[in-house]
Ligand binder design. Structure first.
Ligand code: SF4
Length: 390
């Protein structure tokens, strides 16, 4: 049966593009900004046209086009040069705006000062984007919930937009490869309605175009990435004061694992804990040892015992919030960064400071990786994890 669908103001035959659509998509793709071009060049003509029609503005008179069209199922990180994201297009859905957890190290505070809230028309817009993906026949890609907000923050209990999103993704499963959900509140997932849809998402349908490839390579089509960077709850309270407690998150992870769901432990971010090789302690900077070696060992051991699929880490950035100055704890942390960097200046980028790579590797990443290796857990840096998520 022939059905037609109106999307982005154009009429498409459902389930495929006409020759005219393909020509239109290819002509849009020719004008795409060079930073996105590597993604488009890798695709077949039909797929390139579909991706262009979904992401690029159809009526723009500009010579160079940015990826701006969709409403909520958006291009993952439109700021990044895609040569650094070699695995093709990927989606991001930020279910809510702002975040209640108030993590002192939150990088989102550096570019958005929004209060936690719902997006107006979120559900309608989500459905429209999903219909557009179907109508255009956009090839499947990974989808990440939520990078700039926690999709399971307290708003979820009242509004259930994340549950709705997961259910819609399950209905349109063939448009997505991995569904990745990052949260500090895994306890929200222990409700039967979430468990049911998570099991659905964790199984690619028999007619999914990438199913065999996923099965052959042992990739999980669902990733529940639970962020747990501290073992001592007092230290957790200092750094992510409004997020659920350590024990609450551990309990939820145990539950999700017992349900056979794939959990990845994000010990993220990592902080220094031995500022000057023993000659100074964290206490000299007015801070407790928030991530001691034994705390990290306990977290990694916990991950191995409950059977997480892997560990994800990144070294903490000191981000200057858009409103107000650094919190006292991050102000002290910046002083520690300056001390352990010695003669090298901190790397300053986009309103945040980072340790020079050699210092971060030597003092934080190297010892952490050894620790994960001792527990036979695969650990990936945050960006590597992202671009290797198929
Ligand atoms: S949970 Fe994530 S988005 Fe929310 S405040 Fe913490 S770091 Fe920021």
């Amino acid at each position: 049966m022939y059905t037609a669908m109106k999307t982005h103001g154009l009429l498409f035959a459902a389930g495929g593009l006409s020759e005219h659509d393909v020509d239109k998509g290819l002509s849009l793709a020719k004008r795409v900004h060079p930073k996105y071009r590597p993604v488009f060049e890798k695709l077949s003509e039909t797929d390139r046209a579909a991706v262009a029609l979904y992401f690029l503005p159809h009526g723009s008179k500009k010579d160079v086009l940015e990826v701006t069209r969709p409403r909520v199922v958006k291009w993952y990180c439109p700021f990044a040069d895609q040569r650094e994201f070699p695995s093709g297009h990927r989606y991001s859905i930020n279910v809510y705006t702002g975040c209640n957890h108030q993590c002192r190290y939150c990088y989102v505070n550096g570019y958005s000062a929004r209060q936690p809230g719902c997006k107006s028309r979120f559900r309608q817009d989500l459905c429209k984007d999903l219909e557009a993906l179907e109508a255009l026949g956009v090839p499947p890609a990974p989808v990440h919930l939520s990078n700039s907000t926690d999709a399971l923050q307290p708003l979820e209990q009242e509004h259930r937009h994340t549950l709705f999103t997961l259910q819609k993704l399950a209905e349109h499963r063939n448009r997505f490869t991995t569904v990745a959900l990052l949260t500090k509140n895994p306890a929200a997932l222990t409700d039967d309605r979430y468990i049911e849809v998570l099991h659905q998402l964790n199984e690619l349908p028999a007619d999914h175009p990438r199913r065999h490839w996923f099965v052959e390579n042992g990739f999980s089509p669902l990733r529940l990435e639970v962020s747990l960077a501290f073992f001592d709850d007092q230290h957790r309270r200092l750094l992510d004061p409004m997020a659920p407690s350590v024990e609450n998150r551990m309990e939820a992870i145990r539950f999700l694992r017992k349900q056979g769901l794939p959990v990845f432990l994000r010990i993220d971010p990592l902080f220094p804990h031995d500022p000057l090789g023993g000659s100074k302690t964290m206490a000299d900077f007015g801070l407790p040892d928030i991530q001691s070696t034994s705390d990290l060992e306990s977290l990694v051991r916990f991950g191995r015992e409950v059977g997480v699929r892997g560990v994800v880490y990144s070294v903490a950035k000191i981000t200057r919030p858009q409103q107000g100055g650094l919190s006292p704890v991050m102000d002290e942390m910046k002083r520690i960064y300056q001390r352990i960097s010695g003669d090298q200046p901190l790397m300053s980028r986009g309103g945040s400071w980072r340790l020079p790579a050699n210092v971060a590797n030597e003092q934080i990443v190297g010892p952490f990786l050894e620790l994960c290796e001792r527990q036979s857990l695969v650990a990936k840096a945050c960006k590597t994890n992202l671009i290797t998520t198929p």
